[in-house]
Structures are given as C-alpha cells and as structure tokens.
Design a protein around this ligand. Sequence first.
Ligand SMILES: Nc1ncnc2c1ncn2[C@@H]1O[C@H](COP(=O)(O)OP(=O)(O)OP(=O)(O)O)[C@@H](O)[C@H]1O
Length: 748
Amino acid sequence: MSSLTRLLQEKRKNEGSDGLSKKGTPTPLRLAEIDRDSTAQNSQTSITTVTQIDSGEESSEAGTSFGAGPHFSSSFLNVNSAHTAAYGSSIPVRDRNGSIHIDTGNLSGASYGSPIGQNGRSVRSSGPVTPNTGGGARQIPSLSSSIPYSVPNSNKDNGLGSSGSNSSFSSSWLETYGGGIPSNVSAIDSNVISSPKVDSVEPRFVISKQKLQKSSLDNSSQAGGLSRSNSLSSQFGNLFFSKNSKESPSMNGSITPTTTSGVKPSSSSSATAIPKPGRARQSSLYISSRQPSGSFSDTFAESPSSTHESVLTQSGPKSRHSSVVNIKSFFKKGSGANLSGANGLTGSPSTNVAVPYASQTSNNSGFTPGSYGSFNGDTIYSHTNDTSLPFSKRYVRTGDDLGAGAGGSVKLVKRIVDNKVFAVKEFRAKFDHENKREYVKKITSEYCIGTTLRHQNIIETIEIVYDNNRILQVMEYCEYDLFAIVMSNKMSYEEICCCFKQILKGVQYLHGIGLAHRDLKLDNCVINENGIVKLIDFGAAVVFSYPFSKNLVEASGIVGSDPYLAPEVCIFSKYDPRPVDIWSVAIIFACMILKKFPWKIPKLRDNSFKLFCSGRDCDSLSALVTRAPDPPSYDNLDTPTTPNSKDKSANNAADPNNTTIGPQRLCHSLPEESQDILRRMVELAPACRANIDEIMEDPWIVGIDACRMVEDGLTFKLVPGADHTHTKVDQSEAHIAGLEKKKKKQNK
Ligand SMILES: Nc1ncnc2c1ncn2[C@@H]1O[C@H](COP(=O)(O)OP(=O)(O)OP(=O)(O)O)[C@@H](O)[C@H]1O
C-alpha cells in the first residue's frame, strides 16, 4: 500500500463514517453499507446469476507479483490497473503515448502482472507495433451503428448529426450479435463483448474526416487509441472503495499472464475473458517525468522564498479574450517550424492538427500578431509580448512540484518581472520507442487545445516555450486541487454544488466548441483562491465536431480513469465522447457527496456496478447501453421532448423502491433535489443520457449559486456564491504531490 493511500485511509478513519451531514443532504451511505445491504438482499431478490465474462480481479491480485516494494491495496490496484482496454484478442491498442499493446485475449496482465512502481503505477508493458491479426475477431461496430444519434432532442445536441451510421435500433448490434432479450428477467444476464476492431488514428490528430479515413487505412496496423489516464484517483481508490465491496461471484477465474507479443484471435462467445491491457500511459510517463533530464529543473534557480505568499496576490481574474486562436495558422506560422526544428522533423505538424470549429469562426483580436505565429527566442506561443528573453531568464522556479502524470510534470514558477506565480507543465520527453512525428502530434495536440480555450472554468495557458529540449506550458496557477479539497472533508453541500456547476459550465463550453475532455475526474479539476474551478489536462481531449460539419466524429479507445469511465467506453470501439464527459461529471459529483466512488469500474465484474445495472426491465448490459429514446409520438408532435418523456425509454428500474439495485442504488444516496438530473447523467444508454444543455436547464442546477467571474469594464470581478465559502487547505497538502510528500515523511 502506498504511503499516500495509507494516509488517506487513516484520514478517513479519523473523520468518522459520515461524509456530509448538512441540512438537505442525506447522510451518504458508505459503499460498504450499500454492498452489505445489497449483497444480503441479493439473495432474496429475483436477481439471477450474472454471467461473468471476466476472470476475477481478486485472483488477479493474488496471482500477480507486485514486487517487494510498497504495494497499493487491492482496491487501489483494481481501480488503477483494471484496465478494460480493447476486449478480445490480438488488438494492438495504443495508449496515449502512442505505444502499442497487444492483448492476447486472456484476462491478464500487462497491467496486473506488471511490476508496480513505487507510487503504485504499474509499469507499462508496451511492445513494438504488431499488426492486428485478429482474423477471428468479431467486428463490433461503433456505438453509433447500434443507436441512432439523431434522437429526439437532437436539436439540443449542438446540431450534430450522426457519423453516417444511422442504422436503426432494429438492425442493431444487439440483434445482430446479441440475440433477443428475455423480458422476464430482471438481472443483467450477460454482457456480450467481443473484440472491437479499432482501426483509426485518433481523430484529434486529423484535419478532416477524409484524412481520418485515409489515415485509418494507412495506419490500420497501428490500430486503436487505448489510453489510460494516470489516475490520481489512486488516492481515492483506497479511501473510497469499501473493503467489503463484493466482486462478482464469478470472479474466481485464474489470471493468464498477458504477453505483449503474440496474437490470439478473440473468441466471439460471451464468455470471453476480458484481457487487461498494460497500464500504458501512466507508469512509463510517470517514470519519464522523473528521469533526470537536465533540462527544465536545471533551468531554474531555486527560489529561496516561499511560494505561497505571492500566490495569494496573483489569483485575480485573468484577462479573458473572447477570441480563439486559429490554431491552424498558429502551427503553420510558428510552432510548426519551431517544433520541426526542435525535434528534427521535416514538415509542419499543422497538417495533423484538429481544429475545433470555434477557432475558425472567431477573430483573433485578443492576440497580437507577435503573440503567436512568430516567436521570439524560445517562445512558441504567448499571451504576453514580453518574450524577448529566454524562459529561464523570465521565470524562477519556486516551491515544490505540483504533480506529475502521464503528460509530464507540473512545477511552480514565479515570473521575475512581477512575481506572479504560474504552474508550468513540462511535457514529457519522447520515449525511445515512440516515433518523433507521433510524439510531436501528441504534444502539439495538447498544447494547441490549451492555447485555444478561453473560459473561466478552463485553465488558461499563458505561453508555450521550447526550452532546453523540452516543451513547457505556462499556465495560470490554481492554489488547490479539487481532490485535495474533497479529501479535507470540509466541503459544505453548497460548496460542492458550486464546484459541480462550475465543472458543468466548463464542459458546456468545451462541448459548445466541438471538444470533449474525456478524462474528467477530481484530479483534473483545480480551484483557485477565489473558488473558481478550472478544468486541466487536455491530453485526452478530442474534437468531435469540425467547423461547418454536422457530422459527429466518434472517439475511440478506452481513455480516462476507471471509476469515471462511462460504460459504453468499455464496450464499443467508437463512441460519442460527449455523453462520456457527462457520465464522468456525475461520478465527480457522487464522489464529492459520498467521498467514495460508486464502483471501481463500470463492468459487470464489479459487483457494485452490476447491481447498479440490475433490477431494470432488461437483462443485458449491451441492450441497456444501446437503447435509444422513444421517437416522439404522433399525438405529441407539437410537444417538445422533455426529459421526462425521454425517461420512458431510459433504463428505469423495474422497482423504483428498491434502493439496492438499479439507478436508485446510487441516486438515493444523493441529495433529493439532485436525483432527477443525476439519474439522467448516469443513464446507461448514452443516447438517453442528458446532454450538457439539458443539464444546465435543470431547475436544481439553475438554482445553484455558483461563484463566477463577471466582466467589470476591462477586467473581471468575482461574484461569489452567496450561500457558501470555499474550503482552503494548507498549501503543503493542496496538491497531490504535497500530499504524497507529506505521507512519505510521516512514514519515515
Ligand atoms: N494550472 C495548475 N495549477 C495548479 N496545479 C496544477 C495545474 N496544472 C496541473 N496541476 C497539478 O499537476 C497535476 C498534474 O497535472 P496534469 O493532470 O495536467 O498532468 P498530466 O501529466 O497530464 O496528468 P495525468 O496523468 O492525470 O493526465 C494536477 O493533478 C495538479 O495537481
């Protein structure tokens, strides 16, 4: 068990059993209680045996040697390593770093069997690219071939149509592959999952659909975008998961070690074990970020002064430009050349950069011509004009690291000219096995998104610098990780609602410009002294809509962190990324209220999730996930589809009074006024899930008095929510890195 995990456990113990007990907030039911109750009830209800297609997680732990170092608890490991990956066999899956893994079709271990690093991140088992030879693999179409995207309410759906796969439900994946659904069974019978063929490069790297298709053909051997997030949920893992959380009874299968080479055709049977791919993205990057590089860290002189005095003075409103940088021209003019030079590449990376549509329609009035495109010295992009000096002459490192993850490490710096404090993300170095073009694509993708976004609930990128062979992203600094604030257990209910609404606003902005985040979790929300929440880490973001196009560009790959993953991500090779974000935000809310995850992973082998899926009017998870809302009836054509009418076809519980199974298993533990919309946010079927605009119209959400910045002449001023203040914690434990450090000290 990691030191931090133990710390959090201890903290939880000390804090007693209840999370929030504010007026109007039901005392959250601990997962342990839920599980005990439900397990007891389980035997009495009509829930029948669940056909488990996985081998058990428990045995995976038992059968895996994690080395002699400190271990994470089983629950921690499960949440952080239980990667669902591409199901079936022989699918080369690519993580966010571009490394390709081959799953052999056995439950195993690239992740489970890998040695766990000191911080609990399993070492990635990545091998060379191996062609997809899964000839026997059944081809699972994308989710859109099973459900119509043009569902009622699609007018609220940013006007996006389907990706051209509007097959009706009658010709769905379910009927083709899954057979009929017995109507008289209330439990989830089986989740028929086989090997989806992932055959495209990630769309965010491609300008047009045509290019995407071409690239898909060209790169068919580099299939798949498996990506695992380096989940700082790790800390939550141990804290939130009940020790008593029961795994599925059928989880006692043995674990077959995964190899990263060799190919095994998938079985099309529903009893196929789900292979566990390597925990690719996180560990190796994590390690990478700690490699002595002689670059970034050495560039700064350590500042003797404490960081946080000045932090308090710099957290005022940042200038918000209404415009969005045209990243396409940005790359053509400047950074492309710069990066080319920097990485020894020929050709501009601009040809592979996705352009969200807002970027083409906006003007660039917020940026001077010199702020991007051309660069002074080592600056690739900057909000400011003061880029004539090299980075190391303008900033000084101060304080400790803020965090490190898959994309790189984040440090605190002070701008010499005005003593303002910023967070600087040093993108990780290129891996040896990674080709340069791939690496540049990844990095450029993240930072071009970072430089494009302008919203008070999205972190602001100040400048991007090429320095000493590393790419540095200077961001506004936020004093707290939302994770750390939640862990303090001091948040009031109103404060939680405020944070929730701000996260939703950030998502609304992203979805409005055609981007989905795909890795929304507490760890990727930071909060400043004013109580303004910001989304960070756009390393997994994708463009789902291009300018002037009504087509949806589906996302692919299992991207995100297990407890926050939407179920369709684990089932389909391609999916609409918007409902995935919505699901994740619902989990974030549940975590803030309950102080624990509802489940470790949205798969049937997780008993808690299985119970959540059970007790509905359908017995197949696949069927539940591919449901579509009822079409509007002829009698009610004039009546717009309301959330309630959508509910008709949603995955409602057969017995709404039974709080141990079905959606109410989760929702009944949440504050009453939040239950309606939360239930719609955790709809198993993405087509029935509330979209962001519907959520923002929910009366409870509308009524939340969230803190916000409003324009005040040329600047912005804070309008705090009237019914709450924001919790502050000591800076030594305001960020994950600080928490880790503190724990390590305590353990010595
Ligand atoms: N602007 C910021 N202000 C304050 N802290 C920040 C900021 N950006 C990042 N951090 C801290 O650094 C950590 C890692 O940042 P980030 O998530 O961007 O890195 P990553 O390498 O992409 O991580 P992951 O593996 O989760 O994707 C965050 O969890 C947070 O604690």
